[in-house]
Write a protein that binds this ligand. Structure first.
Ligand code: GLC
Length: 645
């Protein structure tokens, strides 16, 4: 049993009312229940012989943080514990968006909540809205503060009004916590630059190249073209500082416990604004060690779990999302392993599924997808995925090389094919993507582009080919049908619900043109939205198809995530078939990644317990499907949700 389940048990008693005394009592219980784990995690990072007093500081910090948490959120925390694992519900459907690109600012967004309600979205991930450097700021991931809202987006009051409105509508909010680094304009970085040694120790700073060179020998580069290397020389400070991402993003030094306290306080302050899910940005990088790649280290896991255990004591209704876009076997560890199982992050990005879906689109085959998914260890029952096809970042080809070799393919050649397919190097490919951070030293590269452009809609519209437009729309629907049916929270990237194409305007902006991720960060097109349903446009077809999928998902509790998913291998290399099941219902999801129809023999369906008869229905079209010569035809890029009750 993980700690959260324990708190659920402790909070289950039916209290007559959740008054202050009861809430305080439950806090004391949580503190007592978590303190052994907190102590062990703490001393595993900060050895007891040197840090005993610092630990006492942590024990006095937690009650203070709890005291400051708003009363209504304290109540909500307990209600959520009583509800169980609320984040696994089929009723949650998410959208990720840039507030300024969506509708100007926070108040503009607030005015559009009916748009989400109409579509069926009730979980919002807003990209960073806190203060940041004026020119280059990595889309707000270079933070000048963790809780001060940048004027461009509005004020803190606007944010609090929004969170209140969302709570009233039973909608959820996710915001980022950029836990690995601050900007070079952050108050700590400024003090460090002025020569304050205490603050220089908040970061990894060095007077000469000795230690940086030792680190560099085994550390890969994250942004090799725009920000090569992992250290930047700061002239004012006359020191090298670790900057794994961009040169203006300074890595925090968690070897210093002061950094942990300050960041824990910032984390709770963010939660106190009414945030439900906190996206732990770039958390794989939290601990650095010479001689390693400084990613996914055991100490990073201990640190994340320490944050988790403290947050759980203060705000048990708030959960963490792991933004670990790393290899499949590493991602799963962010749910916690061994004694930390279920005690790290509740949610993680399903980056493996995402990358594999793009592999299946390019190759029209699902073999790599099957192999990789089948070999993945099961996630803990209390955890869930964020399932997505696109987000604001690039698509990294982060699947396991060995799985590619097992298919008899050369991993490097295969990756090169995918890069070429998506970045307009193959004239037969319909995909209109761009290359991101191609590293000639390693041959590695990543892909950018909007879902619709990568799936061929842009090219098809340009060439005005109705057949190709039709195929692209089908692919867009199919990809969304998968993330909406797979176990976890589906997260639609704003604009994808209307098939938004690439936005090339970033090429004219000096602060953005090095970073092709901006091609997939478009403005929400409200003119298109105003016309939805009025004409038979591609946008309309996509929007209504996704809306339909969302509504079916929400009406079928079998889509809630209880590890109730089973892959079925049919032998046809173009099909993806998986089942969602409960005691009462089974839904079979079948997708065809090929441009030609594929057949499934009826006896095969019967073998897995699905028979196509008068009672069997396909939920997306709401029809019963017939067989031809005892086979079921799956149309090109078709997607089906068959139900057997
Ligand atoms: C995460 C964000 C990405 C950002 C990076 C550094 O990966 O998703 O956009 O560049 O962290 O903060």
């Amino acid at each position: 049993m993980n700690q959260n389940s324990l708190h659920q048990l402790l909070g289950k008693t039916k209290f007559n009312n959740l008054d202050k005394t009861t809430l305080n009592h439950l806090f004391e219980l949580r503190l007592a229940a978590n303190s052994t784990l907190i102590k062990d995690l703490y001393f595993s990072l900060y050895p007891e012989e040197n840090y005993i007093q610092d630990f006492e500081k942590l024990l006095t910090l937690l009650p203070k943080l709890f005291k400051n948490r708003p009363g209504d959120l304290k109540k909500q925390d307990i209600e959520r514990l009583q509800q169980g694992d609320w984040y696994q519900s089929e009723k949650i459907v998410g959208m990720q968006l840039y507030v300024d690109h969506f509708n100007k600012d926070i108040n503009g967004l607030s005015g559009k909540l009916d748009y989400f309600e109409n579509l069926g979205v009730n979980f919002l991930h807003l990209m960073p809205i806190t203060t940041r450097p004026k020119v280059e700021n990595d889309g707000g991931y270079a933070v000048n503060s963790y809780t001060e809202v940048d004027k461009k987006y509005g004020s803190k009051t606007d944010l609090q009004n929004l969170t209140q409105k969302l709570r009233d509508k039973k909608m959820f909010l996710m915001l980022d916590f950029v836990v690995n680094h601050t900007s070079d304009e952050f108050s700590w970085a400024k003090k460090a630059q002025k020569g304050d040694i205490a603050y220089q120790n908040y970061y990894y700073t060095y007077p000469n190249r000795d230690i940086p060179d030792a680190f560099e020998r085994s550390m890969p580069e994250v942004f090799p073209t725009s920000s090569p290397g992992n250290f930047t020389y700061n002239h004012e400070m006359q020191k090298w500082v670790m900057t794994v991402f961009n040169s203006y993003q300074w890595d925090l030094n968690y070897r210093n416990p002061e950094v942990f306290y300050e960041m824990l306080t910032n984390l709770i302050k963010l939660a106190d604004l009414g945030v439900d899910v906190i996206r732990f940005d770039a958390l794989a990088f939290l601990w650095k060690k010479i001689g390693t790649n400084s990613q996914n280290l055991p100490e990073a896991h201990a640190l994340i779990s320490l944050f988790r255990m403290c947050l759980q004591v203060v705000a048990p209704g708030v959960i963490l999302l792991a933004e670990a876009i790393v290899s499949p076997y590493e991602i799963i560890k962010y749910f916690g392993e061994k004694q930390l199982k279920g005690n790290e992050c509740e949610v993680a990005y399903n980056a493996t599924l995402m990358a594999l879906l793009w592999d299946a689109i390019a190759t029209t085959k699902t073999q790599l997808l099957y192999r990789s998914l089948q070999h993945l260890p099961k996630k803990p029952k209390s955890a869930t995925w964020i399932n997505y096809i696109r987000c604001h970042d690039d698509i990294g080809l982060g699947f396991d090389d060995q799985e590619i070799y097992n298919l008899g393919l050369d991993a490097q050649q295969h990756r090169l094919f995918l890069l070429n397919y998506y970045t307009q190097k193959l004239n037969w490919s319909q995909a209109r993507g761009e290359m991101f951070m191609y590293n000639p030293k390693t041959g590695d590269g990543r892909i950018t582009g909007s879902a619709a452009s990568l799936l061929g809609l842009e090219a098809a519209l340009d060439k005005n080919k109705p057949g190709d437009i039709y195929s692209a729309i089908k692919k867009i629907k199919m990809m969304h049908s998968i993330i909406l049916a797979y176990g976890g929270i589906p997260l639609i990237y704003a604009g994808d619900e209307i098939g938004t194409l690439n936005d090339y305007s970033y090429k004219n902006d000096a602060s953005k043109k090095q970073d092709s991720r901006w091609v997939n960060r478009p403005q929400q097109n409200w003119d298109v939205i105003a016309d939805l349903g009025k004409k038979e446009s591609a946008e309309s077809q996509i929007f209504y198809a996704i809306k339909n999928l969302i509504s079916i998902r929400k009406n079928n509790s079998v889509f809630a995530d209880h590890n109730n998913i089973k892959l079925h291998k049919n032998g046809n290399p173009h099909l993806l078939i998986f089942e969602r099941f409960s005691e009462k219902k089974r839904i079979l999801v079948v997708c065809n990644f090929d441009a030609y129809p594929q057949n499934i023999a009826h006896y095969w369906l019967e073998n897995i317990g699905f028979s196509i008869c008068e009672n069997s229905k396909e939920l997306i079209t709401n029809t019963s499907l017939g067989l031809k010569n005892n086979t079921l035809e799956i149309e090109a890029f078709g997607t089906y949700w068959f139900v057997n009750e």
